[in-house]
Design a protein around this ligand. Structure first.
Ligand SMILES: Cc1cc2nc3c(=O)[nH]c(=O)nc-3n(C[C@H](O)[C@H](O)[C@H](O)COP(=O)(O)O)c2cc1C
Length: 479
C-alpha cells in the first residue's frame, strides 16, 4: 500500500508518522454507472464510441492523480427484453477496450490503463501479446482485469451453445493466467542485446519456450514480444464466488469488489486476504478496491437534489429489466412496480452471477420492498457502495473503509459522466489530499509503482534455475 507522511501538529516537533493512502481507480462505463445515465442532460449521449470524450475523462483522472482508469467489457451485447434494452444502451455499442487504452496511452503520461478481457473467450497467446503490447506502448502502465464472463450471451459468439459452468470457467481461468504469466517470461529482461558490433540481436540463452500442455491449453511459446516493462502487467480480478475468491487470492494484485456496507466489506476483505497465505503470498501483494458510487454536492441538499434527479429519470421497464437480469431472467413484465416480487420468481440458483442474485434476491425476499424501491436501490450503485453528500462526508466514509481494513482503496463509479466524475475530482479529491489520504503528485512511472507493487522477476533468471527441459517442474514453470 502507498504511504505518505502525516503532517505533524503545528508547534510540536513530532516525527511524522507514515500514513496509509488510498488507491483510486476510475471506472468509466460509457455514460455512467446509473441505468438512467444516458437520460441525464449533462451526460455524453454517444459515450461508448466517442474517443475524444473518453480521452478527456482519462486526462481528468490523470490530473487528479488517480492510480488508473478502468474499462469493463463483455464480448457480447446484453441480451434480454429488447423493448427495455432499447431504453438502456449501456454496453450495447462500445469500443473494444484494449484498442481504446492503447490509443489513450499516447495521450496520457502517468495514469494506469486497466481493462477487462475474458479467459473464457480469448486464447492465452493472444492475451499475453495484447496486454504485453499495451504495457510496452504505455511505458509500463497496463493492467488486465481477468474475468471469466458471467454473462452467457458471449458463448453464442464463440462456437458454443451454452456457457461453461462456473467451476469449469474458473479452472480454465486459473490455467489461462499461468500460461499468460509464463509467456511474459519468454524473454529474460536483457535478452535483446541488439549489438551491431557482434552482429547479435538477441542472446539465445535468454529465450525460453513454455512448452505448456495442460487440461485446457497447449501452448508452446515463446511469445513474439520482449518482456513487458512491468515484468507482468498488473493482474486484476473481480470474482465474488468461492472459485472467484480463490483465483483472486492466488493470482490477483488488484481485486474489485461490491459491498454496500462497511461491515460486510471488512468481512470480504479479511476472507480474501486470509486465503493468500496458502499460495505463499503476503496480504500487501493484493490491493482490494471497493466499488464506490458517489453523488457529491457542496451541501447535503445540493447532493440530494442531484441524486433525486437521476433517480427520477429511471424508466420502469428498465428498472424491471435490471432486477430481472440479477434474478436469472425472471419475468417481471406483468407485475405492478408498487408491489413486491413474489417469492416464487426469485430463483435459488442461477448460471449468471450468484453474488448479484444473493444481493438482489435477498433484499427482495427479506425486506419485501416494492419493485420500484428495489430497482431504485440498485439503479446507480449496482450492488456497490452508494454515498450521497458533501465532500467531507464522502471523504469520512472513504477514510473509515481504509482505516478499518474494509478496502485498500476504491474504484469510483460515478452515476453519470462526465459531470458526476468531475464533481468527485473537484470536490472530494482536494479533501482527501488535505487529509493526507491521497497523493498530490505521481512519484513513480509505472502502474506497479503507483500501487506499491514489486516488479516480478523472470522465473528463468531466478537463482537455481536450470536450463535443461527435465528441470521444468523444479523450476516451477506452469504445466
Ligand atoms: C468493479 C467490478 C468490475 C467488473 N467488471 C467486469 C467486466 O468488465 N466484465 C465482466 O464480465 N464481469 C465484470 N465484473 C464481474 C466479475 O468478474 C464477476 O463475474 C462477478 O463479480 C461475479 O463473481 P463470480 O464470477 O465469481 O460469480 C466486475 C465486477 C466488479 C465488482
Amino acid at each position: 500500500m502507498t504511504l505518505a507522511c502525516a503532517v505533524s501538529k503545528p508547534g510540536k516537533h513530532r516525527v511524522p508518522e507514515p500514513k496509509q493512502q488510498l488507491i483510486l481507480g476510475a471506472h468509466f462505463p460509457s455514460m455512467g454507472q446509473h441505468i438512467a445515465a444516458w437520460l441525464h442532460p449533462e451526460s455524453q449521449i454517444d459515450a461508448g464510441q466517442n474517443f475524444s470524450y473518453f480521452t478527456r475523462l482519462a486526462q481528468t483522472a490523470e490530473q487528479a492523480k488517480f492510480d488508473f482508469v478502468f474499462m469493463a467489457d463483455a464480448v457480447a451485447t446484453r441480451d434480454g427484453n429488447l423493448e427495455a434494452l432499447s431504453r438502456w444502451p449501456q454496453y450495447m455499442a462500445h469500443f473494444e477496450p484494449i484498442t481504446l487504452l492503447a490509443a489513450t496511452a499516447a495521450l496520457t503520461r502517468h495514469i494506469g490503463l486497466v481493462c477487462t478481457a475474458s479467459t473464457s473467450y480469448y486464447e492465452p497467446f493472444n492475451m499475453a501479446r495484447l496486454f504485453g503490447s499495451l504495457d510496452h506502448i504505455s511505458g509500463g502502465r497496463a493492467g488486465w482485469n481477468v474475468v471469466t464472463s458471467a454473462n452467457a450471451s458471449a458463448s453464442f459468439n464463440f462456437n458454443r451453445d451454452e456457457h461453461y459452468d462456473i467451476t469449469e470457467r474458473y479452472q480454465r481461468a486459473r490455467e489461462f493466467v499461468q500460461v499468460v504469466l509464463g509467456l511474459w517470461d519468454s524473454w529474460e529482461d536483457d535478452a535483446f542485446v541488439r549489438d551491431r558490433a557482434s552482429r547479435r540481436y538477441f542472446d539465445p540463452g535468454k529465450l525460453h519456450r513454455l512448452d505448456h500442455k495442460g487440461t485446457f491449453f497447449s501452448v508452446r511459446g515463446p511469445l513474439n514480444l520482449a518482456r513487458p516493462p512491468q515484468g507482468y502487467p498488473v493482474i486484476a480480478q473481480a470474482g465474488a464466488s468461492e472459485d472467484g475468491k480463490e483465483l483472486g487470492a492466488e493470482t490477483a494484485e488488484i481485486i474489485f469488489f461490491s459491498q454496500q456496507r462497511v461491515a460486510a466489506a471488512r468481512e470480504f476483505y479479511r476472507d480474501v486476504k486470509g486465503r493468500m497465505a496458502k499460495f505463499g503470498r503476503a496480504p500487501s501483494e493484493l490491493k482490494m478496491l471497493a466499488g464506490l458510487n458517489p453523488t457529491v454536492g457542496k451541501t447535503m441538499s445540493e447532493a440530494q437534489v442531484k441524486f433525486d434527479h437521476i433517480q427520477s429519470l429511471i424508466h420502469p421497464d428498465v428498472g424491471k429489466e435490471l432486477l430481472s437480469v440479477d434474478l436469472g431472467g425472471a419475468d417481471l413484465s406483468g407485475l405492478s412496480i408498487d408491489e413486491p416480487i413474489p417469492d416464487h420468481l426469485i430463483p435459488e440458483k442461477t448460471r449468471a452471477s450468484m453474488s448479484r442474485l444473493k444481493t438482489v434476491g435477498g433484499a427482495a425476499q427479506q425486506e419485501k420492498l416494492s419493485i420500484r424501491e428495489l430497482y431504485e436501490r440498485y439503479a446507480g450503485s449496482r450492488g456497490s457502495y452508494s454515498v450521497v453528500g458533501t465532500p467531507e462526508h464522502v471523504a469520512d466514509q472513504m477514510e473509515e473503509w481504509l482505516t478499518t481494513e474494509a478496502a485498500d482503496g476504491f474504484i469510483i463509479q460515478a452515476s453519470y459522466l462526465p459531470g458526476g466524475f468531475d464533481d468527485f475530482v473537484t470536490l472530494v479529491i482536494p479533501e482527501l489530499q488535505r487529509r493526507g489520504l491521497f497523493r498530490t503528485e505521481y512519484t513513480g512511472r509505472t502502474l506497479r509503482d503507483h500501487l506499491g507493487l514489486r516488479r516480478p522477476g523472470n522465473r528463468y533468471a531466478q537463482p537455481g534455475y536450470s536450463h535443461s527441459p527435465e528441470a521444468a517442474v523444479t523450476n516451477n514453470i506452469a504445466t
